[in-house]
Design a protein around this ligand. Structure first.
Ligand code: UTP
Length: 409
């Protein structure tokens, strides 16, 4: 059987044979590349559409308090010493999740290339490298730094960072890897074509990083070089403290398999996931899942019971991640605007959502691990996310926070 025949058979079985609609009009090269894409596409995500019809079983949610600033302050020296030892011993690697599309920011470049400077260039990537360097300079050695990109932004990301000489970081400690993609489909579950010879795909969310690292042999390589913990963080927080010794030390000494940096919520309705217990296990509940009852719940001191928001800066023990990865993470389905072509081959740039994207979320990892320490940090010093162009969590708000922290822009 030829590859074309194999693909046709598989697509027919899945009810996706429309993908071959333009096949006969393609050049031999295009046909070859297209068949290769179709052979390697992960069609399993389509099953998630059936699961949406199944009744949801609601977990029981209860509060989980964080290690508050006042408490960690009292043990700062002890935590810092433990963290510095782990870093000096090469036990910790940093993982930057930079595969996102940054659609809300409205730039087609990788988000990390965004320049937030006013009087000089200050790129988001630069801020992250500088923050990491502030720790590695202090401990006197670099740590392994993994950067996850996606098919859509890999080349630009690598070139940009290389052209900027890794912002002074030792390049032999920097490694890039490309995250997996998932096909996009319309509301009837039909996979969309981006062009006559290419399926519309999108990066599969911020939760697939560890699986990808495992399958590419990166985890094994890190283990062999002595790494035991991974500090994972998002690209868009320009005050992100990476490889923070106090955080690392606190998590290691707590005996937990993971830790999450958290900040006190700015207000009741802030769009941020919060730490909680789900059926008795540490977990993160998304803001979209918070009922009024949970939002209004108060503890004995009159403080909101669910007040500690996650800022996408986690520390994970690699051994436990490996065990957890045996079990799949749930796939989230999001309604999105997906550029595609119609059945005649005309391009569509939708103004409204026209289909589904499939994503894995890093926050779903937490409840799979035996224990998580929510570690409170000073919001104004460590949390300046750039999600939007203006307003809340924007370039403007991040600039104000950078200036407050003495960063010249
Ligand atoms: P967001 O959830 O804000 O997604 O990412 P995004 O794609 O960057 O932005 P919008 O929603 O399209 O505006 C949080 C972090 O997860 C990473 C992002 O790069 C960011 O660091 N991420 C997200 C990935 O690495 N891969 C993905 O598929 C999605």
């Amino acid at each position: 059987m030829t590859n074309y025949e194999r693909v046709k058979k598989e697509l027919t079985k899945l009810g996706q044979e429309h993908l071959l609609r333009f096949y006969d009009q393609l050049s031999a090269d295009q046909q070859w590349l297209f068949i290769d894409q179709l052979l390697n596409l992960d069609y399993s995500c389509l099953q998630a559409l059936d699961n949406t019809k199944a009744p949801e079983t609601k977990a029981s949610i209860s509060p989980l308090t964080a290690l508050r600033l006042s408490e960690s302050e009292a043990r700062r020296e002890e935590f810092t010493a433990a963290g510095i030892k782990a870093l000096k011993d090469g036990r910790v690697a940093a993982v930057l999740l930079a595969g996102g599309m940054g659609t809300r920011l409205g730039s087609s470049d990788p988000k990390g290339m965004y320049d937030i400077g006013i009087t000089r260039p200050v790129f988001i990537f630069q801020r992250l490298f500088e923050n990491l360097r502030s720790v590695t300079d202090r401990i006197g050695r670099p740590i392994h730094f993994l950067i996850m990109t996606s098919e859509k932004n890999d080349e630009k990301t690598r070139t940009f960072i290389k052209d900027h000489n890794y912002f002074g970081y030792d390049p032999s400690y920097v490694n890039f890897f490309v995250q997996n993609t998932a096909p996009c489909c319309d509301f009837n579950g039909k996979i969309l074509l981006e062009s006559p010879s290419w399926v519309a795909t999108s990066p599969n969310g911020n939760g697939g990083w560890f699986d990808t690292m495992l399958h590419k042999g990166i985890v094994e390589g890190l283990e062999n070089s002595g790494v035991r913990w991974l500090n994972v963080f998002s690209v868009d927080n320009v005050l992100q403290r990476i490889a923070d010794p106090a955080f690392i030390g606190a998590v290691i000494l707590s005996g937990c398999a993971s830790g999450s940096k958290v900040v006190r919520k700015a207000d009741r309705d802030e769009k941020i996931g919060v730490m909680c217990l789900e059926d008795g296990r540490p977990s993160v509940i998304e803001y979209t899942e918070m009922s009024d009852a949970l939002l209004d719940a108060k503890d004995e001191d009159g403080e909101p019971s669910y007040n500690y928001g996650v800022i996408l800066n986690y520390l994970f023990r690699m051994d436990d991640l490996k065990k957890a990865s045996m079990e799949e993470l749930p796939l989230h389905i999001a309604r999105k605007k997906i550029p595609c072509i119609d059945e005649k081959g005309n391009p569509i740039v939708p103004a409204e959502p026209n289909g589904f994207k499939f994503e894995l979320f890093i926050l779903d990892l937490i409840k799979k691990l035996p224990g998580c320490l929510p570690f409170e940090v000073e919001r104004e010093q460590e949390f300046a996310p750039i999600k939007n162009k203006t307003g809340v969590d924007s370039v403007e708000s991040a600039r104000i926070l950078c200036e407050k922290n003495g960063i010249t822009l």
